[in-house]
Write a protein that binds this ligand. Sequence first.
Ligand code: GLA
Length: 384
Amino acid sequence: MTDVLKLKVAAGFEELYGYQPLGIWSAPGRVNLIGEHTDYNEGFVFPFAISRRTFAAVALRTDGIARVASSFSSDVVEIPVAEISRQTVSGWSAYPLGVAWALKELGKANQTGFDLFIESDVPVGAGLSSSAAIECSVAVALNELWNAGLELRDLARVGQLAENQIVGAPTGIMDQSASLLGQLDHGVFLDCRDLSSQVIDLGFAREGLELLIIDTRVEHRHADGGYASRRAACEAGAAALGVRSLRDASAADLARAQELLDDVTFRRVRHVITENQRVLDTVAALQAQGPRAIGELLYQSHQSMRDDFEISIDELDTAVETALRHGAVGARMTGGGFGGAAIALCPIEKISEISRSVEAEFLALGYAKPDIFVVSAAPGAHRE
Ligand code: GLA
């Protein structure tokens, strides 16, 4: 697949612009194993980069103009880099153009423009960070072509800045970090306060396990209100507790939180506090006992998102419960919520039974046909 996309992105570039790109850069989507809505609370996350990627073919221009196009849209957007703003760009082009804007804001853009063509097999709206895959492929490309000299951690901030300021989605730092720092067969355990990270062997294959993605095909967008309102509740909760962020609160603060906060804000806060602990527990269990020991933590995370954070939907709950009933070691919804995908950690010999059962259950309930596939932990963004 990767080789095909690499050839296609080069051919797409040449056909559209009439010359060859200077290079091809790629970045993966990500799946979050555990640690949801903890990133913007300066907490812990444990995602990994997946074997689905976005490829960017890029060449420099000398006139300060950026042209961006992709195989998934017929638009070719053309704009001077100096004129990129929240008002002047929209749609998918806001992701690559937002990255150029963010580099310029950091004083890292020489005033040359670029031509860009994108191909991707990261599903859109599935909670697998197709947006971060675009941002990070463009970030590593422009970092090199514009001699910006930024490290991967800084490039994660560049992607987040693009998404917050130009796309207008108030998202955290997890997706870009996973896409940039991922390694084959490893998860990225990240402290979102200082961006220190540790790659951790997942050991799935050794234990006869595979991670199944169950994409409900219910599309979500983080520029919509649900994500922002969860973030606002967390900030209000932290302020009421007198802490800089919910990272600084622990289970010992829950009784006080319940007294101080209204019921909804309390449950939002409880999700974040318990989820941070579950990330730490998952990493510890994985390292001490291996991946079969993390199943219960995955399901507790799902319950917390369903009941306390209230970001699950019926399709995700059905996917999780059905997978568990048919032998998954653990399962949970993943990503920002309100749609997207669930993950199920499954014994290899159960994969087809679990997939068939989830499909049958969706059909019986009148839901759209889910897209079900296995992912493995893949390397982060790089030049091809
Ligand atoms: C989205 C955001 C991330 C993170 C998750 C929830 O994927 O982009 O920053 O907040 O939701 O964990």
